[in-house]
Design a protein around this ligand. Structure first.
Ligand code: NAP
Ligand code: GDD
Length: 341
């Protein structure tokens, strides 16, 4: 009989890629989405799985503990992947309570339901490199100290420790993947990589003149989402519940990402000024990038570089997509979108 997996956050970037992976492996997948005024299954459609016979979409808000309990009781899954979250860091500053409800209490509801209904269910928690914050250590692995610098990171740290605590206290197979930034053509448009690739595509097609950004000097370790969901699955197939970091080990600034994209689009740019007055002009002198301080955050993580040696050694996880390939993939996809719309 095929294994049953629940994925919370099925309408998000990782939910869609993970669903495609599990369906390809023969799982029956139960995708959890919350009610919104207009259904948002476009990512499942983009991957060609929206109508898959083994995919069942179920409306449940993970902040509703009784609904979560009923869901797990009725489906009797083998595995649960908790990907649902308010995942946009700036919104966590303006909506800290809503962020905490979903990210922290959502995980609690799931773990409690597993403990009570069936402690044999394997549980994956989507932890994040944001939990490291500005720790000061040059690279981050499973032993690095946490120093969260946003309500988002703090809410995720609660869920992370709770997962470890439930594994230890109740002998659950509950584990966390601490994933560094991972992107794709299915990335939400407000995250910086997709915002840049979409804007550069629009500039290239003459649809907009200029891209506005915040902190150009933050550095991130960016990988390809499709390769990261493979690691999530591998964690739940491992012998024991363990925390694993998934990352590429290379870090680039937002400014470097911008430069790669303009180079790929064959629009040479040159930078001028500094601070909030920094701009980039093209060869005709048109300003193509400028700073808008509204994109600065109350506090930001300066530099993330992950060390995924443990996942490589124990899981055999080995991502191959580098930043240039990722940029190309995303830019080409956004060129196609913008040509069509
Ligand atoms: P995403 O695209 O923002 O997707 C988040 C998903 O959570 C969406 O399906 C969203 O539904 C759903 N959701 C939000 N609140 C919910 C609620 N109350 N009940 C049920 N569903 C709810 O995020 P992602 O990039 O796929 O990331 C997946 C997970 O990994 C998140 O937990 C994120 O925090 C974590 N993570 C991501 C990264 C990364 O770089 N992508 C790195 C580390 C960790 P709607 O579509 O209705 O909004
Ligand atoms: N979003 C955005 N928009 N970010 C900008 C902008 C802008 O206009 N300009 C500069 N940045 C900088 C941010 O200040 C931040 O330092 C960096 O770009 C990355 O921002 P995001 O792409 O929004 O991602 P994030 O690193 O804050 O969070 C993502 O990765 C985490 C893993 O480390 C999200 O996917 C989180 O959910 C995830 O946990």
């Amino acid at each position: 009989m095929s294994k049953k997996a629940i994925i919370t956050g099925i309408t998000g970037q990782d939910g869609a890629y993970l669903a495609a992976l599990l369906l390809a492996k023969g799982y029956a997948v139960y995708g959890i989405y919350r009610r919104v005024s207009t259904p948002n299954f476009w990512r499942l459609r983009a991957l060609g799985i929206e109508e898959h016979a083994a995919l069942t979409l179920i409306e449940t808000d993970i902040t509703d503990s009784s609904a979560v309990f009923a869901l797990i009781e009725s489906i009797e899954p083998d595995e649960i992947y908790n990907l649902a979250a308010q995942s946009f860091v700036p919104s966590s500053f303006t909506q800290p309570l809503a962020t905490m409800h979903t990210n922290a209490l959502g995980a609690l509801h799931l773990l409690e339901a597993i403990r009570i209904c069936n402690p044999k269910i394997r549980f994956y928690q989507a932890s994040t490199s944001e939990m490291f914050g500005n720790t000061g250590s040059p690279t981050q692995n499973e032993q690095s100290p946490f120093c969260p610098c946003s309500p988002y990171a703090t809410s995720k740290l609660y869920a992370h420790w709770l997962t470890i605590n439930y594994a230890q206290s109740y002998q659950l197979f509950a584990c966390s993947g601490i994933l560094f930034n991972h992107e794709s053509p299915l990335r939400g448009i407000e995250f910086v990589t997709r915002k840049i690739t979409d804007s550069v595509a629009k500039i290239s097609l003459g649809k907009i003149e200029c891209l506005e950004l915040g902190n150009l000097y933050a550095k991130r370790d960016w990988g390809f989402a499709k390769e990261y969901v493979e690691g999530m699955w591998q964690m739940l197939q491992y012998d024991t519940p363990e925390t694993f970091v998934l990352a590429t080990g290379k870090s680039y600034s937002i400014k470097e990402f911008v430069e790669y994209c303009f180079t790929l689009a064959k629009i040479p740019i040159a930078w001028e000024n500094s601070g909030a007055r920094e701009i980039a002009r093209d060869e005709r002198g048109i300003v193509r990038v400028r700073i808008n301080p509204k994109y600065y955050r109350p506090s930001d993580v300066d530099c993330l570089i992950g060390d995924a040696s443990k996942a490589r050694k124990l899981l055999g996880w080995n991502p191959s997509c580098d930043l240039q390939q990722l940029c190309k993939l995303m830019l080409e996809s956004d060129m196609q979108h913008n040509l069509r719309s």
